[in-house]
Design a protein around this ligand. Structure first.
Ligand code: T5A
Ligand code: NA
Length: 212
């Protein structure tokens, strides 16, 4: 029998929904419970591609809309060999944003169809679970540091939310929506329990490819 693999768990949601807070807490808690788990975040601003993305988000640099979309995708692909290696070694990989953010943010700009936006990410490792942290754009705007980076306006975030809702209609993916207006602790407990169930369920299943 093949060795048990780790689960790929994605955290998604509008800006400030609490993805990074919950990602850190989840990985800590899984490790304390004896699982092997690692956290990755997209964009990963530390690579060369990530630095370009970061200067775009910080409005220091302007990039054409298709170009930045492809860079966000390339920033995921550059991590794929390492992600697959970890998953096959039995390490659960928690990703703070993934291809769904890529599609939701670009398609919110208008003039982009969902299908075009998905293409560069077709074939990425398919998440076993996508936790959608649902928070209204109004509540999100009240949380710390909102409004400095590109995309951080309530009207844009409203469109992002609509694009996420379209992506969630895809029943070939395991989306679970959680109420991100709860306290950090309550949300953490809920997320940890869903994640542990998923880790059990997928350990003997093959890793699939996204949108294929
Ligand atoms: N993007 C990203 C694309 O356009 N295409 C792509 O392909 C990808 C991957 C940067 C931008 O890039 C876009 C989307 C984004 O606009 P980022 O670096 O992930 O993406 O963005 P960040 O600014 O780091 O993170 P977010 O704004 O998404 O915030 P999080 O991670 O959802 O929230 P978090 O955990 O940092 O919390 C925000 C604040 O809220 C508080 C926290 O303490 C913090 O102050 N908080 C809570 N307060 C009350 N109750 C709770 N339950 C709380 N949880 C957190
Ligand atoms: Na974040």
């Amino acid at each position: 029998m093949a060795a048990r693999r780790g689960a790929l768990i994605a955290l998604e949601g509008v800006d400030r929904a609490g993805k990074s807070t919950q990602g850190r807490r989840l990985v800590e808690a899984l490790r304390e419970a004896g699982h092997r788990a690692d956290l990755l975040r997209f964009p990963d601003r530390t690579t060369e591609i990530g630095q370009l993305i970061s200067s775009y988000l910080g409005k220091e640099k302007n990039l054409e809309d298709h170009t930045i979309h492809l860079l966000f995708s390339a920033n995921r692909w550059e991590h794929v060999p390492m992600m697959k290696e970890k998953l096959h070694q039995g390490i659960t990989v928690v990703v703070d944003r993934y291809a769904f953010s890529g599609v939701a943010f670009t398609s919110a700009k208008g003039n982009f169809c969902l299908d075009w936006c998905k293409q560069p990410d077709v074939g990425l490792p398919k998440p076993d679970l996508i936790l959608f942290l649902r928070l209204s754009p109004e509540e999100a705007a009240e949380r710390g540091n909102f409004g400095h980076e590109r995309y951080e306006t309530s009207s844009f975030q409203e469109k992002v939310l609509q694009s996420f809702c379209c992506l969630m209609e895809d029943k070939t993916l395991n989306w679970k929506t959680v109420d991100a207006s709860k306290s950090i602790e309550d949300l953490h407990r809920e997320i940890k329990s869903i994640a542990e169930e998923t880790i059990q369920e997928v350990q003997n299943k093959p890793l699939e490819e996204l949108w294929k």
